[in-house]
Design a protein around this ligand. Sequence first.
Ligand SMILES: O=C(O)[C@H]1O[C@H](OP(=O)(O)OP(=O)(O)OC[C@H]2O[C@@H](n3ccc(=O)[nH]c3=O)[C@H](O)[C@@H]2O)[C@H](O)[C@@H](O)[C@H]1O
Length: 456
Amino acid sequence: MASPPDTSKTIKLERYNSYLRRIHSTKVLNASSKLLFRATLLIALVLILFFTINYPPLSDHPQHLHHPHHHSFLSTSFFASSSAVGGAAWEKKIRHSSTPRRPNGFSVLVTGAAGFVGSHCCLALKKRGDGVLGLDNFNSYYDPSLKRDRQKLLLKHQVFIVEGDLNDAPLLAKLFDVVPFTHILHLAAQAGVRYAMQNPQSYVSSNIAGFVNLLEVAKAANPQPAIVWASSSSVYGLNTQVPFSETHRTDQPASLYAATKKAGEEIAHTYNHIYGLSLTGLRFFTVYGPWGRPDMAYFFFTKDILQGKPIDIYQTQDEKQVARDFTYIDDVVKGCVGALDTARKSTGSGGKKKGPAQLRVYNLGNTSPVPVGKLVSILESLLNTKAKKHVIKMPRNGDVPYTHANVSLAYRDFGYKPTTDLSSGLRKFVKWYVSYYGIHTRVKKDSEIRSEHPED
Ligand SMILES: O=C(O)[C@H]1O[C@H](OP(=O)(O)OP(=O)(O)OC[C@H]2O[C@@H](n3ccc(=O)[nH]c3=O)[C@H](O)[C@@H]2O)[C@H](O)[C@@H](O)[C@H]1O
């Protein structure tokens, strides 16, 4: 009888083989995981190197990268470009934009650079050879696409705007770390008289908290910059003496907007007194012109007249015409530049006052008030279109009935002399408006307007 085959050896052999296979596969596994580990290490090293070069540590401003205004750091810059806030490319842009190109040129930080007055001032300063860096939060108080278009215009002239908020102290400190600004032209604000009843907090946040934040950074900077900033004709409030002079009372504001601007003037006094900051407040009188603000009456009147929509023309409670000392943008820009040119250096350093510093306030108006009804009839002529006019009593919305600037102080100190009357200025505005919005209409010549409005 054949003995059954001895399988014990085969079984042993198979076990041995499977043992060998296991050892082998573990070795392979070990080798591949080692490879994976090394590759991961390499990638991590490369990434660390990349971030160290492009994003040096903001150790003194830790919360900056998490600020809501800089979500673009993660969403776009991380993948798409290397010009994120704090990066080497970003710093290069900032330095390039703010470096003067004329002997003894200024290096100016312009806040509100994508705004109406801000964008015009940036261009004027850049054109004469000053270094200009913009700051703007591009908020949506009015159509941000207009702000973006102003930004594009500035970029063509090598003016870079940092996107950020006045209340972002780490960002402001970072800007001063990178650039020794000689001046700040502070024009960022929550503007508009009537909107203050709808959104009071935004006035406190921009015009008070934001201003204080900027002053805190400026006082600590070395060297301290000289600061020129936008106050407002509205601070005259219920003052009845005319024309408004800087010596008249300004303690009766009629709107929260006016109250925050007046607060700004008092805050300026404090920072000048304690820290030796050189501060100049400019009281703008209803500034208008090309690239203007869509929330202002002359702008939305133009839009509504062209669209055949009715417009409200305010009258005082005793049925008198409401009037404004409308001031053309180019005149105001000259005033801003004049104020910068005559601003003396701040005297403090590193947050300590070293001696008395300059503290000034000036009216920048046109010295020639025009009733709103007249403004509308000039627009009607320019646009060859009749407005649907609703004359109504001025709602209790913070508006004052009348403004009229005495500008002799600004004339004495820096030769401020407005030269643009309302019809010439509005003509320039309307020409810009129809071209910007692609409207086909013939805008009347200055001579035609003048013959229709001889007293202007
Ligand atoms: O000098 C300033 O410090 C301010 O100027 C500007 O305020 P204002 O002078 O109020 O300009 P703006 O709104 O264009 O109204 C013009 C006229 O139209 C009248 N007005 C207004 C609206 C309307 O529907 N009807 C009307 O008659 C209205 O009663 C007024 O008489 C800036 O907006 C402000 O930010 C601030 O800088």
